[in-house]
Design a protein around this ligand. Structure first.
Ligand code: GKR
Ligand code: MG
Length: 425
């Protein structure tokens, strides 16, 4: 089997104005879609976070892959490693390294191709299913009203309550509770994560306590301030949340600070910010910085690397959850195939998918039932891409004028002079 063509399409998907430690989501989330075509006409698909710098790296890689065998993933990884420029995760909540994303996009598309060529789902190429339903958590955000720029995107507030936690009501935890109730009613989620880091810690602690009150003791709750709290603030907030949180995600920055907070509290700490690559694993052991790692095939370099991470977690007694950023259905399908194959996935996965409110590029979008996505039985990733929808999302990208995710600039449009601080409270 040989790769004969590679198509890269940058897309922009309408996204609501969600608040986080780095500022505000722009009206469009940027993604890159890769299609790898084999000589016998089979297409494999991958999706990663967008932006021109990653697009350039993906383009450089794609030129070199023509003629290679998509089954030869070791040769492909070695080639990509030889092209990679050193890059840094950065201080933002999301990972800014282009080359791990490139590895991931290409590996996922190759797996889709391989699965389709032998008529088996990707999960079977990863060792077969450890589960056939993949559970996800409701992902709450403080947010401004409305959503989505000039192309007419809008949530039905009365039906979904998605807009309930807009910023002007943020000091009232009832907005967050209403958002959670709407998402749980709609999707059946059985755990809840609140994206923090947007307001003073006590505001966010009060929202968690209100969620506990509203949902009772059996609903697992998580809080993620994306590392912008000081150690003392994180401990003071955490003391109020002992016995309340399922896990406390990245309250502070860096493995040493995380370890200090972990020692002070009786709550497991989780991360997608301080232990994010294989190079970080020795530090994780030395510091004991977290009890749970949020895997992410986009950030760890694909499926095989994520399975290696899972093995590390099993050996070193770490729990394993799964991180997300705003995404479309190709990423969701990849997350589902991977999560289904990981025996020691110990927590419900994150997903931003409800915030895209039905905007997708699949012929048949995957569905959440009782908070879970059923593992599709079809070959490869188990999805079919709708080329008209892909073209529409590509046209959005051309028209929207955004070229990189930049939550700080978006926030400054509403709060002039606002600036990102790596540690704020
Ligand atoms: O979508 O604003 C967001 C999140 O803050 C995201 O960028 C993070 O990467 O969800 C993420 C997290 O768990 O840190
Ligand atoms: Mg996080």
């Amino acid at each position: 089997m040989r790769i004969t063509d590679i198509h890269i399409t940058p897309v922009a998907v309408p996204d609501p104005p969600l608040l986080n430690a780095a500022g505000l989501h722009a009206p469009y989330a940027l993604r890159l879609i890769i299609e790898i075509v084999s000589a016998d006409g089979i297409s494999g698909w991958g999706e990663i976070p967008g932006g021109e710098s990653t697009r350039a790296a993906l383009g450089t890689a794609a030129e070199r892959l023509i003629g290679m065998d998509p089954w030869h993933l070791n040769a492909i990884s070695a080639l990509l490693d030889s092209l990679a420029n050193p890059d840094d995760r950065g201080a933002t909540p999301w990972d800014q390294r282009a080359w791990v994303h490139v590895q991931s996009a290409i590996e996922v598309a190759c797996y889709d191709l391989m699965g389709k060529s032998v008529g088996r789902p990707v999960v079977d190429l990863l060792g077969g299913p450890a589960r056939d339903q993949v559970p996800f958590a409701a992902y709450l955000f403080y947010k401004y009203k409305g959503a989505g720029g000039e192309f007419g995107f809008g949530h039905d507030e009365s039906a979904s309550g998605w807009t309930a936690a807009r910023q002007e009501a943020a000091l009232d935890p009832a907005g967050i509770v209403a958002q959670a109730q709407a998402m749980v009613a709609h999707y059946g989620f059985k755990s809840i994560k609140l994206k923090g880091g947007a307001f003073e810690p006590q505001v966010e602690v009060d929202s968690i306590l209100a969620l506990r009150q509203a949902f009772g003791p059996d609903m697992p709750l998580r809080l993620d301030p994306n590392a912008i709290w000081r150690v003392d603030s994180a401990i003071a907030a955490g003391k109020q949340l002992e016995g309340v949180l399922e896990y406390y995600e990245d309250p502070v920055r860096g493995q040493a600070n995380m370890a200090t907070v972990a020692r002070a509290l009786d709550i497991p700490l989780a991360t997608n910010m301080c232990t994010t690559s294989f190079a970080d694993l020795p530090g994780s052991i030395t510091h004991q910085s977290e009890a749970i790692i949020l895997s992410d095939h986009h950030f760890w370099g694909g499926f095989r690397a994520s399975l290696d991470l899972a093995r590390f977690c099993a050996v070193f007694d770490r729990g394993l959850s799964m991180h997300s950023n705003s995404h479309l259905g190709i990423s969701l399908a990849a997350m589902v195939q991977l999560a289904a194959a990981v025996p020691n996935l110990t927590y419900d996965c994150d997903t931003h998918y409800p915030w895209q409110d039905g905007h997708d590029l699949l012929v048949e979008p995957l569905r959440f039932e009782d908070g879970a996505v059923a593992l599709p039985g079809a070959p490869g990733l188990g999805i079919e891409v709708d080329r008209d929808k892909l073209a529409q999302l590509g046209a959005n990208y051309a028209a929207c004028g955004l070229t990189e995710r930049d939550d700080e600039t978006e926030m400054q449009k509403l709060q002039p002079g606002w600036s990102f601080q790596a540690t704020r409270w």
